[in-house]
Ligand binder design. Sequence first.
Ligand code: ARG
Ligand code: ZN
Length: 422
Amino acid sequence: MKSLLVLWVFMNLDVLLKTGLCQDTHDQILSITPHTQEQVEVVKNVSSQYETALWQPASHQYIKEESEVHLFVPATTLETVKDLLQRHSITHEVLLANTNELIEMQTRNDSTDPRSGSTFYERYHSLDDIYYWINRTTQEHPTTLSTILIGSSSEKRPLYVLKLSLNDRPNKKAMWIDCGIHAREWISPAFCLWFVQHSLSFYNINHDITSILDNMDVYILPVMNPDGYHYTWTTNRMWRKNRSTNKGSNCIGVDLNRNFDANWCTEGASPEPCTEIYCGAFPESEPESQAVADFLRSHKDTVQLYISIHSYSQMLLFPYSCTLEEAENHSDLLEMAGAAVQKIRRYYRNSYRYGAGAKTIYLAPGGSDDWAYNLGIKYSFTFELQDRGRYGFLLPPSFIPQACNEALIGVKTIALKVIEKT
Ligand code: ARG
Ligand code: ZN
């Protein structure tokens, strides 16, 4: 009898593991809400001293009372962390009990599986796949799509911008979209690919994309942080920064969205290389941010709209994030963001918060959106795509179509308004 039981357990080990009977053997995402200042300190310590990855907020210095913290805890530290929380009567909820399975799901490439109905754009792609896609797509659309090499990353990978241009009207304006500033936000590069595909397939079919492309060129940077993105595919799925080495420190990487020259390295960024929000040695110290800034400086007379795509939390933000002051055209930006969010809600029944960055989430200086705004691109937005934290950065591929369509309708709404206003 006993040996039968052992045999049964053995045969079903996989199922038992998956259904959670042995949950603590998997990496998990915990949702923790500290209620007192003492609990805040404990959560800060847990997230900074133990081998964990803070998903939300971006850095432990933003942790405060009554606001939800999402923490990635590897199986090896899970028991210690849960004990600590319990000892300080801090309750937690397991958001995801088995992240290993989700990571596997995100990197699985079903392209050769004939049963899989998902297309190229409904999957996540490695950096090599994306470079290949850039190459092939430009070759297939020689008259409308071209690539511009704007620089290279700190590990010397090329930074390609795609230029979508459907006609040669004189004095044509332009918009810019970048994706993948933060390495682990995989839905972001997926959106850039989605946008290009939509534009190429629906020009002259869909009314909105047709009038946008009739009036504007679009510059698309599918992966601003290729080194970091590659690293999330090969080594650490939770990596956020780029991969440059820092003088005088063993810690790697600069937060590219703290490295632009907009109240650089003030409150909301960190001068400490080991943090997730390290601002770098000086503004534009990183080749990735410098390449983007150089390109936008030399195109500032045509680019009227700047858009940056991040995840997660479902928000639509506009300047300023680097100060609590209001942008000069705040009411314009507010109205445009409101219209975009309303469209998303109506078409996809999903809600996004919107507003000036500093007041909507937190002070975060050195961001690309604020910098582009100060350069003179008066319509500047940052999208935080799906979801709200159920899957966070590990958003399953089956969510890609809706997440991208939501952003797409938001971008289109804003771009049409910019065309109308200028
Ligand atoms: N979650 C993004 C970040 O921390 C917010 C970006 C908003 N814009 C900004 N300039 N901070 O980078
Ligand atoms: Zn981000």
